[in-house]
Design a protein around this ligand. Structure first.
Ligand code: SF4
Length: 409
């Protein structure tokens, strides 16, 4: 598990940038092993637009629905970008990613991802994926004791889900259609062989990712994960300073595990994300600047901000960020993602930024969280206990959950 607790009032969006370099051209190319920008990025986006238009025309007979579908996709895009344009994309192998929660834009399964969205706009005549992303907790075991752990109440108990149960769960999800599955825990790397087994079992029709603290991820293990088909890896790192991160995670090795894991995963051409719980103690301009520098120096593609949330170990803690802190985070998000001065830095993914402008990306059957007991929940922070993956008809559970709203909003 690798996150934390929160708030969710509508707050004024940052009006003034706190970082320099407002001028923006869209042709600047940077040399980065993990990012593409400028005309190369523009060409890939142009090709993507043509593909999407052709998928829409193939999907609906009535031209009125072509425009409606395009509008639906533009609105979804605005959730992530507002009025900004995409300035950079992550590049791994020959695949290009604009988001952590969508397949590569030039991969075969991106079409399925788009069709699932079209199906939300207006039912398609043929089957489409019912789900975009699912977090699947494969173990409740963990060597850490993190301040913010959302699985805290289930950690280090007798395991409920065995290998065959997990395979059955993956099969059920794939039968309904799912673009991405994120293997999480507990600490999934505690069960390294199981992770390999599940990657092999899932095959290539779904992207599989790993959410980890980086626990003992050697380069050899990273190579095995890559060879087994892993797409990407989220590595928790909650501070750029070793002592602070170790303190937050209650383990003297936590920082070295994270850093080594990031280096090893980057070397093995995995799509690497550093994920940080942006606590009120952490959120200052100085800390955020240092953290972004660290991410850049490690060569990771994405950095994920997650605001602390009142769940699990943080259930009874005072964790809310102040309005100026949220403004600062939003300004950092906009500056590093959309300003030409920051093209060489990792892309920031910031869920609460999207939520404050639109809605939670798990609602409307886009996402699910299967906990280590098999419980079906809206997301890792919204423990809705809507059913059990082994016992219940998943399609019926999804139908029931369609109108579930984010409990953290
Ligand atoms: S204690 Fe373990 S499961 Fe919980 S957040 Fe930390 S690494 Fe994740």
């Amino acid at each position: 598990m690798h996150y934390s607790a929160y708030h969710h009032s509508k707050i004024p969006v940052a009006a003034n940038k706190v970082f320099p370099g407002e001028n923006s051209r869209d042709t600047k190319e940077i040399k980065s092993p993990c990012l593409i920008t400028g005309s190369r990025k523009n060409l890939e986006l142009f090709r993507l637009k043509l593909r999407i238009i052709s998928w829409i025309i193939q999907s609906y007979i009535n031209p009125r629905h072509w425009f409606g579908a395009l509008n639906h996709l533009y609105e979804l895009r605005a959730t992530f970008l507002g009025n900004y344009k995409i300035k950079k994309m992550a590049s791994v192998g020959n695949k290009y990613f604009t988001s952590l929660y969508a397949p590569a834009i030039n991969a075969a399964n991106f079409r399925e991802f788009i069709l699932s969205e079209l199906n939300r706009y207006k039912k398609l005549k043929y089957p489409a994926n019912k789900l975009n992303h699912v977090f699947l907790a494969i173990t409740n075991k963990c060597p850490l004791k993190c301040e913010h752990c959302y699985e805290w109440n289930r950690l280090n108990r007798k395991e409920v889900l065995r290998e065959e149960n997990l395979k059955q769960s993956i099969k059920k999800l794939q039968n309904l259609g799912v673009s991405q599955i994120y293997l999480t825990g507990g600490e999934p790397l505690i069960k390294f062989d199981l992770v390999l087994e599940l990657l092999n079992f899932a095959g290539s029709k779904t992207d599989l990712w790993l959410n980890t603290s980086g626990f003992q991820l050697t380069e050899e293990k990273a190579a095995k994960l890559k060879a087994a088909g892993l797409t990407g890896i989220f590595i928790s790192l909650d501070h750029h300073e070793e002592t602070e991160h170790n303190h937050f995670r209650n383990n003297k090795n936590a920082y070295s595990w994270s850093i080594e894991a990031a280096k090893n995963a980057v070397n093995q051409d995995l799509l690497v994300t550093l994920s940080i719980c942006t606590t009120k103690e952490f959120v200052t301009k100085k800390n955020l600047t240092s953290y972004m520098e660290l991410g850049k120096s490690l060569g990771v593609s994405f950095i994920q901000f997650i605001e602390p949330k009142k769940v699990g170990h943080y259930q009874n803690s005072e964790i809310n960020l102040s309005a100026p802190q949220i403004n600062l985070l939003e300004s950092v998000f906009e500056t590093y993602n959309f300003n030409d001065e920051y093209l060489e830095y990792p892309i920031i993914c910031y869920h609460e930024y999207y939520q404050r402008r639109n809605t939670c990306l798990s609602t409307n059957n886009r996402g699910l969280y299967i906990d280590s007991n098999g419980g079906i929940n809206l997301c890792p922070f919204c423990h809705t206990s809507s059913g059990n993956i082994l016992e219940d008809d998943l399609e019926l559970v999804l139908e029931k959950m369609r109108s579930n709203q984010c409990l953290q909003a």
